[in-house]
Design a protein. Sequence first.
Length: 577
Amino acid sequence: MRPGHDAGRRSFIRSLARTASVFSLDQLLCGQQLPVSFVNVAREAGLRTKNVYGSEQRNKYLLETTGSGAAFFDYDGDGWLDIFLVNGTRFEAKWTAANAPVSRLYKNNRDGTFTDVTVAAGVARTGWGSGCCVGDYNNDGHEDLFVSYWGDCALWKNLGNGKFVDVAAQAGVTTRTGSGLKRHNTGCAFLDYNKDGHLDLFVANYIDFDPKTAPLPESGPCKYKGMLVACGPPGLKGGKNILFRNNGDGTFTDVSEPAGILKTEGTYGLGVVVADFDNDGWPDIYVANDSTSSALYKNNQDGTFSEIAIEAGVAYSADGKPQAGMGVSAADFDCDGNFDIVKTNFAGDTSSLYRNMGEGVFEDRTFQAGLGKVTRFLGWGSAFVDFDNDGWPDILLCNGHVYPEVGESATESGYKQRKVAYRNLRNGRFEEVSEQLGPGITEKAAGRGMAVGDFDNDGDVDVLVNCINDVPQLLRCDSQTGNHWLKVKTVGVKSNRSGIGARIYCTTMADGKAHRQMDEVRSGGSYLSQNDLRVHFGLGEAGIAALEIHWPSGVVDKLGEVKADQILVVVEGKSLA
């Protein structure tokens, strides 16, 4: 069934799409014009408030460069994705209560527009906001929101009446360090690492930052191609990642040390993605680290983790060098039953594509897969997303330089940069198609956090980008492929209510052959952001599919002969709602 379905509204939304011819799948694969286009509709949709994050012309501190994340999530449970945009502040600004920047919550009006409900919802907080992630931590049926900050984080408990209340202090997840230095908390994710039915919380950390002792560009001196720039992260004290165990009573306990999270060489953590990488039924955690080896925490199934990134092959580049990792995403891009990883990195480097060979062992396939040609962009948000609904995950990367001092320098691609999109060729390789996907992809922006989700419920996947010191982008996908799709919203019973960690298999038939996709319900991801919790499958020309849902509790639900082009709500152990 389709929650909140309204024929009039959907007719209006469809009328917004550009008229185009329908192209066959064969034409698509032969490299002809792509029948998919992204257009930025943020202003028309009502997203007009500027993000504020550090000085616009010159940054003194590394903290000012990292920006903040974005979220697509249905906070009011009406079946339509709402939007949350994390905001920051400035050191030199003298804000008043009336003009201070705050993170923004926008309610989906179901007609292609949004209403700013920040103040009414009670989430108007000023501070150095970083990342966000969503999950129903208290299993009351309402999606809650965690927001990471430099300093005390926020846990916005959803009251179910359109309002939130920050319970971080009572819940024990403020994350302030005991030494007096403030953590720069970044990427986050809810997960049920011990499979007790209650969502736990993982928070990555970048640096321990104190402006009283942090080096200035001149004191380094810290230079980038001759320009004085903010110092770090090398030379700065790296942060330590945190794992909070849900006690089941509305509170959490910091178990970072006994769980083994602190036993890692990696630091300067940014993007976080959770997935069962070794197919043992337990969620693992991958963290993109800046300027050092990335981290892969293997779940030992006994409440502890082992950091195995080096042995697994996902710590370094193909030539064994540390990279400046930013955003990260996981998907089974080659449909072999294993979750692969894509990671964005600094300018002058490629993005990384790690192919999972099975049992949690990876091979760097960046160059063999076709992602090694593009090195001029500096990547942030990252997503595996099937933008043409052919049943094979494509890749979308959000870019923007880290130093505003770069401006529009001829030696760089500029501070504002276009996005990079790769189409899955179904043979282990990708083709860059950025300039064939419309103005939303080619429009330059200083992008940071990026979330993907179907905000207009029309069956394709849209994109939300939080741009540093600029207005956001809302990239509506207008698809004329004629391909089918399915979305699955999970409701846990024995498992956590959000169904986070549930693995869904989707099988279709084409030309007498079965095509099996898989994905998991996932909190967090990309760069400091939250994608749609509903799992999306492109079905190509198939009009029906078979679904198999493996819940964290061990319950398995099977649904055969599911009709395409609908949003399903699946309740654990009860099949369809």
